[in-house]
Design a binder for this molecule. Structure first.
Ligand code: UD1
Length: 358
């Protein structure tokens, strides 16, 4: 069986790692397209270098742009490749512009489309990711849902055919990387940190980085928290630009600083830092789950989440961007109950099996 898979942004490289491995070990032929949506070394190549993800067969080098132009350029280039490869399946991950471009290219050529991480909804149509998910799910022949909530979301939209609860490939990736990260990563020592004695922050959603009211609310909370414990902030390039535009110097801070901006991290360093953190504050989707996988309480800097299980099981507090609310919920953040929904770390094997037998 021949599969064309499409990746382009950081979390997709991680999801592709276990999935690609399972597909190749089952004897399938994979042609991997990297759209080039992410292109800085620390946003892209570091993941391929430190994990044994296959080197993409082609990089479309699309780069950053307005959403329509970026998605359109990808669509045109992916279509050319699909025409020449003529695969049995097109495989996409998550909810980025790369996901949507590949989904559109596939359906327009009547190629079968499989979507890993289907059925997630924030019900916030302001988020570009929400459009990308809804549209991709409605194009897909096989929909691999990480949670029962995702299956329910699809049912409400009338999608039941081809829907499978597979668990979450991010858990597969976490389990594959955990011991390697503990052995190889020096990140905790490099920044002079003590286990469970610092806060870890990640922030890149447009709703926060491009809304200065929200950004300032979050920053004030981080400043206050840093009086208590160091705050470590690996900074996404989008966030760095926003912070600098309001006069904040984000050059890599000395380890004496209480609020430390550091460069974006690869998967192993990020995993290790998550595991060592006292509490994680984030607006990323994946990091809310990774906090749970690492047994660390999480405070989400958004007004809603796609990962309701992390909230209902007590691991995750939804704080939005209000300073007082972030401070209050960070104090309350604690460990919760085990969550069975994400599976057992064998989701990629199940995905490979389902694609083979469809
Ligand atoms: C994208 C995805 C988001 C995902 C995130 C993972 C969309 C709509 N958003 O958001 O769902 O969670 O990736 O990180 O697809 N930039 C660089 N170097 C890079 C990449 C980006 O400097 O290698 C800067 C550029 O200024 C760019 C900005 O970051 O304009 C945003 O990049 P983009 O890929 O558009 O969106 P993300 O915020 O990364």
């Amino acid at each position: 069986m021949k599969i064309v898979s499409v990746v382009g942004a950081r979390p997709q490289f991680i999801k592709a790692w276990p999935t690609s491995k399972a597909l190749r070990e089952a004897g399938h032929q994979e042609f991997m397209i990297h759209t080039g949506q992410h292109y800085d070394y620390l946003m892209s190549k570091v993941f391929f270098d430190e994990l044994d993800i296959p080197v993409p067969d082609v990089n479309l080098e699309v780069g950053s742009d307005r959403h329509g132009r970026q998605t359109g350029r990808m669509l045109e280039k992916i279509e050319d490749i699909l025409l020449s490869q003529n695969p049995d399946w097109v495989l996409v991950y998550g909810d980025t512009n790369s996901t949507l471009a590949a989904a559109l290219a596939a359906v327009k050529l009547h190629l079968r489309l499989a979507h890993v991480e289907a059925g997630l909804r924030s019900f916030n149509r302001e988020m570009p990711e929400e459009h990308n998910r809804v549209l991709t799910d409605h194009c897909s022949d096989l929909l691999f849902c990480p949670t029962a909530t995702a299956v329910e979301n699809l049912k409400r939209e009338g999608i039941e055919r081809g829907v499978h609860l597979t668990g979450d490939v991010m858990l597969d990736a976490h389990l594959m990387a955990r011991d390697i990260a503990r052995e190889k990563s020096q990140i905790v020592d490099k920044h002079g940190l003590q286990e469970k004695e610092f806060y870890l922050v990640t922030l890149h959603r447009a709703e926060n980085t491009d809304n200065f009211q929200r950004l300032k609310g979050i920053l004030q909370a981080l400043k206050k928290l840093s009086e208590e414990k160091p705050v470590v902030f690996p900074t996404h390039p989008r966030t760095r630009k926003s912070l600098e535009s309001i006069g904040i110097n984000t050059s890599e801070s000395a380890s004496a600083e209480r609020l430390r901006y550091i460069a974006p991290l690869g998967f192993l360093d990020m995993l290790r830092l998550q595991e060592a953190a006292a509490t994680i504050l984030t607006d990323y989707g994946g990091v809310q789950k990774e906090a749970y996988f690492n047994g660390v309480p999480c405070v989400t800097l958004r007004d809603e989440t796609e990962w309701l299980e992390t909230v209902s099981h007590g691991w995750n507090q939804l704080a939005g961007a209000d300073t007082a609310q972030i401070l209050r919920l960070t104090k309350l953040a604690q460990k919760g109950q085990p969550i069975a929904d994400f599976g057992t770390g064998k989701s990629a094997l199940e995905i490979s099996r389902l694609m083979t037998s469809y």
